[in-house]
Design a binder for this molecule. Structure first.
Ligand code: UD1
Ligand code: CA
Length: 495
């Protein structure tokens, strides 16, 4: 890390970003869980600059709000009219007060820039005792960029903007990246000298370089190892390309940290995701927010997890989980939807087509099929039968349901909250439970079955059903098929 910390970092982000064609300020577009500006600030932060100022113009209300939320250490400086990069730097320097030392300048739309490259740049600046140090890049297609002019000894002499360049200069493929380190005093002096005498009628920060060279000041440079790091995002095609690059970096990082990723091409994850060694991620999986996955867990294929914690050895297949906590050895999916406040205990199960919200499921309890579990607390080792619904909403308010330990809720039970099923209690399949079931009891809340004998032959005469019914009756030698009778009594609880 660099010996000397910059006194100031300036992020230039007042430009409009017209080519995004968006109501959202360009630097607020996101990739891999951060805004473009957020990525730039994350690269700048490790430098430990005493102050970080972000020059804002277009969409400044939006950006200011975002800064306050996510990077309160970075202070906005308003550039009401975008009179050029030089003008922007001048406003920031003025806002910084009487600073003395190294000033880092970066654009707000270069999200792939790394802290390592910035450290290198600062280090070079210090070592060379330079007045300015530029990060340059060799671009496969330099069109649109300012070109780096060097003398016979290879020293930088100036940066010429494309619009002010002749054909010979346009052939140069080394470009300025808008990433610099300046000596504060030299920057201040020379920003006062630049003019708007150029094709765009703007104050160019790049002109400071030519002025310094003319004064015999030392201007150093570093050529970026990987030009992609310096790419600015101007439209959504470049945004998608950058997002891929960032995704590749993140995925590669985790594979090197011991995570098996079976299909990196279809795996996406944000910068705040945490994975332990020996996690396995299968294809088409997206991990967002502060998702954490512990050792031995298998996630995917086809999962989208946001702010979700997956315990050691758990399995999550084809499911969508947001704000959920999945215990060690628990089992989720396929086709589960776990919403905020879901907490599955150790070895618990949320099986196929199960939706949960604000639901605590105790250790070893299972909700294997086709159920909605909302606003619930389920104890340990309990089983919730298929197609059970926790009826939590009365149309106005939400209510909670409590299920004890070792309970057995029969299939197709409606648990009309607020309601409680005690430890070791059962409910009969198909029950609509509106009152508490005490520990050890079975709650039966459904009509008794009544069989009307001979109904099909009488009321559906001539159908295949009637024909089969007749044959069955004849086989059984049963002549009394025309009388009604009541059905049998209790059926056991579903599971
Ligand atoms: C600038 C450089 C060019 C370099 C290129 C790298 C100048 C004159 N040119 O050109 O040499 O190759 O970046 O991408 O500096 N901004 C403000 N206020 C302004 C104008 C711009 O804050 O008044 C911000 C923009 O939001 C952007 C950055 O400064 O983040 C660069 O501005 P932009 O207009 O993109 O400059 P380029 O023409 O790309
Ligand atoms: Ca640009």
């Amino acid at each position: 890390m660099s010996d000397v910390q910059p006194v100031l970092a300036i992020v230039l982000a007042a430009g409009q970003g017209t080519r995004m064609k968006s109501a959202t300020a360009k630097v607020l577009h996101t990739m891999c869980g951060r805004t473009l500006l957020g990525h730039v600030l994350a690269a700048v932060e490790p430098l430990g600059a005493a102050q970080t100022l972000v020059v804002l113009g277009h969409g400044r209300e939006q950006v200011t709000e975002e800064l306050a939320k996510t990077s309160p250490g970075a202070k906005p400086v308003v550039q009401a009219q975008q009179n050029g990069t030089g003008h922007a730097a001048r406003l920031a320097l003025k806002a910084a007060g009487d600073v003395d030392g190294a000033v880092v300048v970066v654009p707000g739309d270069t999200p792939l820039l790394t802290p390592e490259t910035l450290h290198l740049l600062v280090q070079r600046h210090i070592d060379a005792k330079a007045s300015a140090t530029l990060l340059t890049a060799r671009m496969p297609d330099p069109a649109g960029y300012g070109r780096i002019m060097r003398d016979g000894d290879g020293h930088v002499t100036a940066i010429v903007e494309e619009r002010d360049a002749d054909e010979r200069v346009r052939q140069i493929d080394e470009v300025g990246t808008s990433i610099y380190v300046f000596d504060a005093a030299k920057l201040r002096q020379n920003l006062a000298r630049i003019t708007t005498d150029n094709a765009q009628g703007e104050e160019y920060l790049t002109d400071v370089v030519g002025l310094l060279v003319a004064d015999g000041d030392v201007v150093a440079s570093v050529v970026a190892d990987d030009h992609r790091e310096t790419l600015g995002i101007n439209d959504r095609v470049q945004l998608a390309t950058a997002r891929h690059t960032m995704r590749d970096r993140i995925v590669e990082h985790w594979m090197r940290a011991g995570v098996t990723i079976t299909d990196p091409e279809t795996t996406w994850m944000g910068v705040r995701v945490q994975l332990e060694p020996d996690v396995t991620i299968h294809q088409n999986t997206q991990l967002h927010g502060r998702t954490t996955i512990r050792s031995g867990a298998v996630v995917g294929p086809d999962c989208t997890l946001t702010d979700t914690e997956v315990g050691a050895g758990a399995t999550v297949v084809k499911s969508q989980c947001t704000g959920a906590e999945i215990g060690p050895g628990a089992d989720v999916g396929p086709f589960s939807y776990l919403r905020p406040g879901t907490k599955l205990g150790a070895r618990a199960k949320a099986g196929a087509f199960v939706e949960m919200k604000a639901a605590q499921v105790g250790d070893d309890s299972k909700v294997p099929h086709l159920s909605y579990v909302g606003d619930a607390e389920i104890g340990e080792r309990s089983n919730i039968g298929a197609a059970t619904v926790f009826v939590n909403y009365d149309g106005v308010d939400k209510h909670r349901t409590k299920i004890g330990d070792d309970a057995r809720v029969g299939s197709d039970t409606m648990l009309v909250a607020p309601v409680e099923v005690g430890d070791g209690a059962y409910t009969a399949a198909g029950s609509v439970i509106t009152e508490d079931v005490p520990p050890g009891a079975i709650g039966v809340a459904r009509e008794r079955q009544r069989n009307i004998e001979g109904w099909v032959e009488r009321r559906r005469a001539g159908t295949k059903s009637a024909e089969s019914a007749r044959r069955a009756r004849e086989r059984n030698g049963d002549e009394s098929a025309t009388m009604d009778s009541d059905g049998k009594g209790e059926q056991g609880a579903g599971e």
